[in-house]
Design a protein around this ligand. Structure first.
Ligand SMILES: Nc1ncnc2c1ncn2[C@@H]1O[C@H](COP(=O)(O)OP(=O)(O)OP(=O)(O)O)[C@@H](O)[C@H]1O
Ligand SMILES: [Mg+2]
Length: 232
């Protein structure tokens, strides 16, 4: 059954998530829900488990315990092949530490997810160029990641996450390297996308001004998520 049309039912939910890295218990029973069209800010101290939570919800890392339910499907139980297919069609991820492909130019990095979905190169590059323009990195299309500034690379990564029109965008500190103008540009584009396309956005940030763009905020503390107003 699909939940996409019903905004009262979460599109994505993590329930009682537990995840350890070696002896570090990054998540100890964290629960969060994300609705279509909603921007949810996830905040918390450095090391509180924000990236771990994002990776579990995005199906990149399997939790040790608990459930991840996306559109009625248990992601944590999905075979790897179906999981990566679903991630390609439905999710866009901006990693905290880059992960652009160094050999490809900016525009080809953004075009790649479209081409993996079957688009032809010329069409994919054109749409990629439009997203780069939206994020203010026109003119850097043919540069490789090593030739981009940190903020330019971050915006290329955002364009790559959004270009396929995903149902959910997972963005891990997507504005960490940006000045205030570029931050505003990027967040405005995210808010637009959420409103226009019903895209759900999980926005990890340590910046209260960035979190202010969200509809709701949860804070991670001791490996569990609490509503920000309770945590404050
Ligand atoms: N691959 C790993 N191996 C071992 N420990 C890890 C690994 N990844 C994360 N951790 C540990 O898990 C805890 C949570 O890390 P996580 O990266 O989720 O935090 P975070 O809230 O995203 O922090 P930051 O704000 O600094 O990005 C930390 O104590 C960290 O040291
Ligand atoms: Mg992190």
């Amino acid at each position: 059954m699909s939940n996409r049309g019903d905004s009262s039912v979460p599109l994505l939910a993590g329930r009682d998530l537990v995840k350890a890295h070696g002896r570090t218990e990054a998540l100890r029973g964290a629960s969060v829900e994300l609705r279509a069209g909603e921007i949810l800010a996830v905040t918390g101290a450095s090391g509180s488990g924000k990236s771990t939570l994002l990776h579990c919800l995005a199906g990149i890392v399997r939790p040790d315990d608990g459930a991840v339910v996306y559109d009625g499907v248990r992601l944590d139980r999905l075979p790897e092949k179906r999981l990566s297919e679903l991630r390609r069609t439905d999710f866009g991820v901006v990693f905290q530490f880059g992960q652009l492909i160094p050999e490809l130019t900016a525009v080809d990095n953004v075009a790649l997810p479209l081409m993996l979905g079957g688009a032809d190169r010329a069409g994919a590059r054109e749409r990629a160029g439009e997203w780069l323009e939206r994020f203010g990195v026109r003119g850097q299309e043919e540069l490789r990641p090593g030739e981009l500034s940190g903020g330019q690379a971050q915006r290329v990564a955002l364009a790559r996450a959004l270009v396929t029109g995903p149902k959910v965008v997972f963005a891990d500190e997507p504005t960490g390297a940006l000045d205030s103008l570029a931050t505003e540009q990027v967040l405005t584009a995210l808010v637009h996308t959420a409103r226009e396309s019903g895209t759900a956005v999980l926005l990890v940030t340590h910046d209260a001004q960035v979190a202010a763009y969200a509809n709701r905020e949860v804070r991670l503390s001791d490996g569990a998520a609490v509503p920000a107003e309770v945590a404050a």
